[in-house]
Ligand binder design. Sequence first.
Ligand code: AMP
Length: 223
Amino acid sequence: MNLIMFGPPGAGKGTQADLLQKKYGYAKLSTGDMLRAAVAAGTEVGLKAKAVMASGGLVSDDIMIALIRDRIAQPDCRGGFILDGFPRTLTQAEELDNMLAEEEIRLDRVIQLKVDDAKLVERITGRFSCKKCGAGYHDSFKPTRAAGVCDECGAGDFVRREDDKAETVTSRLDAYNRQTAPLLPYYASRGVLVAVDGMAEIDEVTRQIDRVVGEVEKFAKNG
Ligand code: AMP
């Protein structure tokens, strides 16, 4: 199963991609995570991406396409993958199509998480994650069970993303609305787009996505 999790920042793409990865073993390809790792490691890509990410803009198509081209060629992607945060421009979407066609890989579904802008700001500005294991939390919607202790690994250090500040969130939403949302008709015209109510509780969103995945798998089995 090859999926794209599609939606604005804060829609829950990463959360749902993590759950799908755990449940089905698909490879999760998060371009945001790849870039943050590159920034932390101080690589050439990281140096180029750092300021753009901090401003809430989009990193250049050339860099992003090269990153995904390398990653999608890895053997673990053959068992299925979930793209989280890619493509974000029409050029990226077209290049992805070319890459997949070259490798004879099918894109099964683009799952659009629909969430109102006001909700997105609230979601993004409250999120934080465990510094050690990366588990994600939210001040109001998903606090740790014990204050200051990670539910997953018991560590006590947490981090907030630099670009989750209210000032930067507006630019990120603007980039989504101007450059990324126009991809929706592109995927709708290919018959792969499915919309899911991203305003629902996390478990309910997961159930809706599971239903989509289940239908595709049933169809694949029955030919
Ligand atoms: P994310 O974690 O998906 O919200 O990504 C964080 C930041 O990384 C974005 O605000 C962009 O600056 C950059 N980024 C991630 N994926 C892409 C992409 N496909 N194209 C351009 N920039 C990206």
